[in-house]
Design a binder for this molecule. Structure first.
Ligand code: GRF
Length: 208
């Protein structure tokens, strides 16, 4: 089976990107990262990509007078790299309907909560963990899902839970969840690249 060409979209530090790079370099994934694109100028994840000889490109939302032109550039760039799979690893721009249609069922996202809790518009980064702790939850975790036209609502691929401690802060909870993210995102990408994921309506099934 030929290697899957992966495009990774980021906005920040890129620790999930790093986990994916490490998994690929470890030989467990039948895919290669063709390009990393950030929608912000100063994303450290771009440096991580370049350190591993991966093209890192900034397509900054603020450089475009409207979202349409931004997404046209983003789509055309991903097509130039002939990507077969797009991984959102901390990408903060909500995808346009057109983008999701162009790459239908080929977009995977990682979210730092157990969807459908604490997700959707406005739930990103520390805001997720602050809301979770304010609610008084006892268990949190991470979710990897396919992306559909709404925020964080696509069919779920993998989830893993973590305990919430009484003295947790958003920062300590974020770190515990991040450890799980770094495990299940590469695992979901491995399954995808091995052709083992089947989407049936709202459900994702793994075939052996
Ligand atoms: C992660 O918590 C991820 O779940 C969320 O954004 C954060 C990205 O972190 N979507 P990093 O840039 O991968 O370190």
């Amino acid at each position: 089976m030929s290697k899957v060409k992966i495009g990774v979209l980021i906005s920040g530090g890129g620790t999930n990107l790093q986990a994916l790079i490490d998994a690929i370099n470890g030989g467990s994934i039948n895919g290669n990262i063709a390009v990393v694109i950030s929608d912000r100028d100063n994303a450290h994840g771009i440096e991580r990509a370049k350190k591993h000889g991966i093209d890192g490109i900034v397509i900054s939302r603020k450089d475009y007078k409207n979202k349409g032109e931004f997404f046209d550039t983003l789509i055309n760039t991903l097509k130039e790299y002939e990507v077969d799979l797009i991984v959102l690893a901390g990408f903060l721009t909500i995808l346009s309907k057109n983008f999701v249609e162009v790459f239908n069922e080929k977009i995977i996202n990682i979210h730092p909560a157990l969807i459908p809790s604490f997700c959707g518009e406005g739930y990103y980064g520390q805001k997720v963990h602050t809301a979770a702790l304010d609610y008084g939850i006892k268990v949190s975790g991470a979710t990897v899902h396919f992306v559909d036209e709404k925020a964080d609502t696509g069919p779920i691929i993998l989830q893993e839970a973590v305990p919430v401690m009484e003295d947790d802060t958003p920062e300590t909870l974020a770190l515990r969840v991040l450890q799980v993210e770094h495990k299940i995102l590469p695992e979901a990408v491995r399954l995808y690249c091995d052709g083992k994921l089947i989407i049936e309506g709202r459900k994702v099934k793994q075939i052996n």
